[in-house]
Design a binder for this molecule. Sequence first.
Ligand SMILES: Nc1ncnc2c1ncn2[C@@H]1O[C@H](COP(=O)(O)OP(=O)(O)OP(=O)(O)O)[C@@H](O)[C@H]1O
Ligand SMILES: [Mg+2]
Length: 294
Amino acid sequence: MESLFQTAESGILATAPKEKILSEVTSKTLHKARETVGDPFVENPRMTCREVNVYYGEKKAINNVNIDIARHEVIAMIGPSGCGKSTFLRCLNRMNDTIEGCRVTGDIRLDGMDIHDRNVDVVPLRARVGMVFQKPNPFPKSIFDNVAYGPKIHGLVQNKSELEEIVEASLKKAGLWEEAKDRLNQPGTGLSGGQQQRLCIARAIAVSPEVILMDEPCSALDPIATAKIEELIAELCEHYSIVIVTHSMQQAARVSQRTAYFHLGDLIEVGKTDRIFTNPRHQLTEDYITGRFG
Ligand SMILES: Nc1ncnc2c1ncn2[C@@H]1O[C@H](COP(=O)(O)OP(=O)(O)OP(=O)(O)O)[C@@H](O)[C@H]1O
Ligand SMILES: [Mg+2]
């Protein structure tokens, strides 16, 4: 596995011109059927996605994707820049609704509930399927209020002591309590980048989500802060399903149990992370993980 990663990181393009490989990959891409290989489905899923397509205006960015998200799993979404990872992730809590000109079709369910049903309110949906972004984005409020905000607006607490309990428990689960407990009234934006990201995770946790979506949550962080977030992800999946987009194959290997490989809007392959990285079944997956593409 290690050698594959090293190859992927350093790239093996020295052995062949990139244009040649790209054109080979593209022609394969165009002519192969886009049926996902591997194991996109699981028993008793937390979420199901069927025939999901996403368009930005006329342009199709996600092409007929079928996949399940399991309970208590960390699933990594990988693939070259622009392949649609963020777009797909945003389907899962209807964040694409906020993008003008973006249209999602297909059936997406959370515990059997059609998230596009006209009776579904996106505010509680986005609490159940929380999101952590690439760049930590604490509210311009105190550390306490950042975490307390969600439980307050969702009416999850009856009084101040319940609120304090939730804030403390969320900060503990996010691994930030020890660092933050003596400065709860100071602004969240005054924390370090890694601490801010854990604050954003605490904020997501505070409203008892079932799924947490993370779009490259460590890309703005140093290796120590990254290691902390990765440790946290391993702990969090006891309680939640976590879908993480990452450009780092080492990170996908460290944190996830399953990996999904996207390519030009298609979901090419899904499988156990170890298997994907050691024995990919699709040529495009192999090309990507060995550094021949992307
Ligand atoms: N708001 C938007 N309007 C129009 N097109 C968009 C928009 N957002 C994304 N796209 C297009 O959709 C495709 C998928 O983009 P997306 O951001 O989902 O890719 P990604 O895999 O997350 O890439 P990266 O790894 O660079 O973050 C790209 O072709 C992109 O240009
Ligand atoms: Mg992205």
